[in-house]
Design a protein around this ligand. Structure first.
Ligand code: ATP
Length: 213
């Protein structure tokens, strides 16, 4: 829920006039790379996927819920998340994956709102995540940017970055919505094909989002 500049039950909440923009795209399309350019020009970025991983370790309520649902083995003795154990459960069973998402998504959503409240002076903020459309999170955002890169290039980039096989990347790609659909649903598309200059595309979107009519 957004904060409005009213006195509500004696609490003064600061007005949040900034626009909340989502940035998404397939695995390895270049979301993080492009967000770093936005950060260079002073735009705050919330990296939702990274934050989700952190919250699964740091948020006591979420830890408790994960333990209750998936068992004590979900965490190692040193408190770290047992990713292999959980991945084995959820990747074999879509219902278990749905349950895990049902625990993690609300925690990340609330954390994102708390984060936004700290950046109300920014002209707009960015929320970066791979599955903003698939998860339905795009509905809480004002504008959407889709990062597009050809599949072949994405495969090569992720194989190099993560030292994983083509099959592993392909399997992750198969779980994501088609680029064409994401592009059609988005307000802006950034093409990261190694030919179109990224900075110019970012600046063009920045100018549009900061234009006051
Ligand atoms: P993921 O979905 O896995 O989080 P992502 O969409 O955030 O990935 P990045 O991590 O930004 O993608 O990019 C994937 C890899 O490709 C990285 O190693 C990055 O350095 C490289 N890369 C991205 N864009 C370019 C580019 N224009 N030129 C060269 N390398 C690039």
């Amino acid at each position: 829920m957004r904060c409005f500049g009213f006195f509500i039950f004696g609490y003064h909440q600061q007005a949040d006039m900034s626009i909340h923009v989502g940035i998404t795209g397939g695995i390895g399309s270049g979301k993080t790379t492009i967000c770093q350019i936005f950060e260079c020009i002073g735009i705050p970025v919330y990296y939702a996927d990274d934050r989700a991983k952190q919250l699964m370790v740091e948020d006591d309520q979420l830890r408790q819920a994960i333990r209750l649902t998936f068992g004590e083995e979900s965490y190692a003795e040193n408190g770290q998340l047992n990713r292999t154990y959980l991945a084995n459960i959820v990747f074999k069973n879509p219902e278990q994956l749905r349950q895990l998402n049902a625990l993690v998504h609300p925690a990340v959503f609330q954390d994102g709102i708390d984060w936004q409240a700290k950046h109300t002076n920014a002209p707009y903020t960015l929320k970066e995540a791979a599955l903003l459309y698939e998860s339905g999170s795009f509905r809480s955002l004002d504008k959407m940017i889709c990062v597009y890169a050809p599949k072949k290039l994405r495969l090569e980039r992720v194989m190099n970055r993560d030292s994983v096989s083509r099959e592993v990347v392909q399997a992750r790609m198969n779980k994501q919505m088609a680029d064409r659909e994401k592009m059609m649903l988005s307000n802006f598309v950034i093409t990261n094909n190694g030919e179109n200059a990224l900075v110019e595309q970012v600046l063009q979107i920045h100018r549009t989002l900061t234009q006051r009519t």
